[in-house]
Design a protein around this ligand. Structure first.
Ligand SMILES: [Zn+2]
Length: 69
């Protein structure tokens, strides 16, 4: 998957994950601050937490799934 990383400001980046929303399957916007990340879906307005790790040219985004025991 190819993702475009937009640098918002120092230490803050934003990526767009096509069909990345776990709720509605819409495009998911993930804002990375340090080693934490917030995800936001403009389609269903779902806000979630994620953890983004940049390794070389690759970007790994782990979502914390809420509501699971
Ligand atoms: Zn959504």
């Amino acid at each position: 998957m190819v993702v475009n990383v937009h640098k918002v400001s120092d230490g803050v980046s934003e990526v767009e994950l096509p069909e990345g929303c776990v709720i509605c399957g819409g495009d998911l916007h993930v804002r990375m601050v340090g080693d934490g990340a917030m995800s936001y879906c403009p389609s269903c307005h779902h806000i979630g937490r994620a953890r983004a790790t940049v390794k070389g040219d690759g970007l790994r985004v782990d979502f914390r799934v809420a509501g699971r025991a």
